[in-house]
Design a protein around this ligand. Sequence first.
Ligand SMILES: N[C@@H](CCC(=O)N[C@@H](CS)C(=O)NCC(=O)O)C(=O)O
Length: 218
Amino acid sequence: MSAILYSFRRCPYAMRARLAIAASHSPVLLREIILKHKPAEMLALSPKGTVPVLQLESGEVLEESLDIMLWALRQADPLGWLKSAPQNWQQWVTRNDQEFKPYLDKYKYAVRFPEQSPESYRQQAEIFIADIEQQLKQTPYLLGQQQSLADMAILPFVRQFASVDLNWFEQAPYPKTQAWLKQFIDSALFRSIMKKYPTWLDSQQQFRFPESARTPAE
Ligand SMILES: N[C@@H](CCC(=O)N[C@@H](CS)C(=O)NCC(=O)O)C(=O)O
């Protein structure tokens, strides 16, 4: 038996969970799902139907990405993500999830929200980006000299923000944020968590993650 992670490659919440699992080398069996056809096995564990979901060996179910990050980093924290995160990691992540993410969604899917222009949604999302920029002018990472849980929980969302209109982002007045994002995207760790897997629904194949991740598990 091994812990089972229900994941969706492009979901930023699932990315932050996979980042912490990969960083901590806590092996799980990865089941790649598609959001339009969620497997009954996952919905039975977590009826709210969001990814990521982690079923632990004990049977306990973690259905919030931050809980999965904390679980993984409490198993092992070789990169010091939790160690270098004093309490204020929560303030950054709460702002990301509650304030930035709703505007990011509206900016990204602006056709579904015709009340305002995409630029207006972007400007509202930029309040958070500007605060990140201010922080990164003072310290290389959000919480100081070391990369932490806060950077890793937020970077997948900033990546999504940047990719809505990459040309705009690259000329926007956020050089520190651009460099912080680039370092993340270019990292071996990020590349390792973005490998593609066949969906579990179709193939019933699950994969060892992170090590020998592409080997189907018996
Ligand atoms: N608070 C949850 C949010 C997870 C979430 O909203 N995930 C999205 C995908 S990025 C999802 O599963 N949405 C359900 C759907 O689209 O059907 C967490 O942190 O894990």
